[in-house]
Design a protein. Structure first.
Length: 189
């Protein structure tokens, strides 16, 4: 059974996702949150295996929320969910620690498969096109290039810190800076 928390600011989307996911065997929607403020108490109450997280929440940043969720103990799997999910979002999603990235237009069976995959520890991320990786390398500080490369290669952050001989908190701070530089701006809908 996959215990799921849905985080989306649109009431109709939360209700629709809850109804569709409730009908799917093996997936149990435990609750929903509509904002960053709702997230902490809902997480504490539900303790989900997977968080289906809208990339764009008014007044919040889905990437920062993803980073925060991935620091929790135990950390849930996070599937970023966006109407604008495309290859341009892959690098920031990886840096934020997302386990998956899915477009909201994906058919229900694809959503079910993605939730099951991230719940069992697989990553559901589109490949990073070489040109996007090169563009990301141009936008980050030169001293952050080794971090970018290792994180893209799925190197655990502790190993990145050890390899570079810097404290893990410095790696985390530098990741936050890279995410900020690489984040995809989405107009409010």
């Amino acid at each position: 059974m996959i215990r799921l928390l849905i985080v989306d600011d649109h009431p109709a989307m939360r209700a629709g996702l809850t109804a569709v996911l409730r009908a799917e065997p093996g997936i149990i929607p435990l609750g929903t949150a509509s904002s960053e403020e709702d997230l902490a108490p809902t997480l504490t109450r539900t303790r989900p295996d997977v968080v289906l997280l809208d990339y764009h929440l008014p007044g919040a940043d889905g990437l920062k929320l993803c980073r925060r969720l991935k620091r929790a103990v135990p950390a849930p799997a996070v599937l970023l969910y966006s109407a604008y999910a495309d290859s341009a979002m892959v690098v920031p999603a990886i840096l934020a620690g997302a386990d998956g990235l899915l477009n909201k237009s994906a058919p229900a069976p694809e959503l079910f498969d993605a939730l099951r995959a991230v719940a069992r520890g697989d990553r559901v991320l589109p490949p990073v096109p070489r040109e996007l990786l090169e563009a990301a390398g141009q936008r980050v500080d030169p001293e952050d290039l080794p971090i970018l490369a290792m994180v893209i290669d799925d190197t655990p952050l502790g190993d990145v810190a050890d390899a570079l001989r810097v404290p893990a908190r410095d790696i985390s701070r530098r990741l936050d800076g890279m995410i900020e530089r690489l984040r995809v701006e989405i107009a409010a809908v």
